[in-house]
Design a protein around this ligand. Structure first.
Ligand SMILES: [Zn+2]
Length: 250
């Protein structure tokens, strides 16, 4: 069965001191039989040229593996709006990226402040989903803080990365149940929380992801323990992410 990873990082992160290379992603995916996924930047330094450089690196990877790897744009929303819009347009229209990431903790952006609302406006205009980090970094990363844009932009699909994390999973589940445009990406949640999420929101709202390569085999094992039904396994391993991000698979 095809497995797609909805949340993979490339580059060097100046906030969390993390590094992942193209080769590490390819090697790890090959080792564990993961077909491809959506690559997003680690947080670069707060310069437009650094932001563009990591987007270009992601684009090169998507070109090297067409219909297998896809790009996700991530840029600090506190840049001038015209700069943010210009780079978002370049990523989606020219580089073929499929979504936008907002990381409240690393971008120092509350999900319902003016600059974050701008992110949802740009996503609506470009017709792509927004993935928002949730969990670590409260209050900014509390899923309930995203309720305002979720309600204001019913036509923008919102993926709650980490499904609220260990402590706010109930809020993430609540939002996924209440709003049609909300989906859960439950990397790092416990196996019991994943099971609870599955029982409450169903496979059509859940997408597989690792976030970090070291976590990939752990996530695979969790999914193998929780999802036994073949149709639901297909749904969480590749169908949900394909539907939400309108991915064109080979
Ligand atoms: Zn991440």
């Amino acid at each position: 069965m095809r497995i797609l990873d909805a949340h993979v990082h490339l580059g060097e992160d100046c906030v969390f001191d993390e590094v992942q290379t193209e080769q590490e992603i390819i090697d790890t995916f090959n080792e564990y039989g993961v077909y491809g996924g959506i690559i997003q930047p680690f947080i670069p330094r707060m310069y437009i040229k650094d932001t563009m450089a990591i987007h270009d690196r992601i684009a090169a990877m998507t070109r090297a593996y067409p219909n297998r790897f896809f790009g996700m744009m991530s840029m600090n929303p506190h840049f001038y709006r015209e700069d943010y819009e210009k780079e978002a347009k370049r990523c989606i229209k020219e580089l073929g990226f499929v979504g936008i990431k907002l990381t409240p903790i690393a971008h120092a952006a509350h999900p319902s402040n003016k600059d974050s609302i701008m992110v949802f406006e740009v996503a609506r205009e470009l017709g792509v989903p927004v993935m928002v980090h949730t969990g670590a970094g409260v209050p900014f990363a509390d899923p309930m803080q995203i309720a305002k844009p979720i309600e204001a932009f019913p036509d923008v699909k919102v993926v709650l990365a980490h499904g609220g994390g260990a402590n706010m999973i109930t809020s993430a589940i609540y939002l996924a149940l209440r709003y049609d445009n909300v989906y859960l990406e439950p990397s790092w949640v416990s196996v019991m929380n994943l099971e609870g999420m599955y029982k409450q929101v169903g496979a059509s709202k859940i997408m597989f992801s690792s976030d970090m390569l070291a976590n990939l085999p752990v996530e695979l094992q969790k999914y193998n323990l929780v999802f036994k039904n073949e149709a639901d396994r297909e749904q969480v391993f590749y169908k949900t992410v394909t539907e939400v991000f309108s991915l064109k698979l080979a």
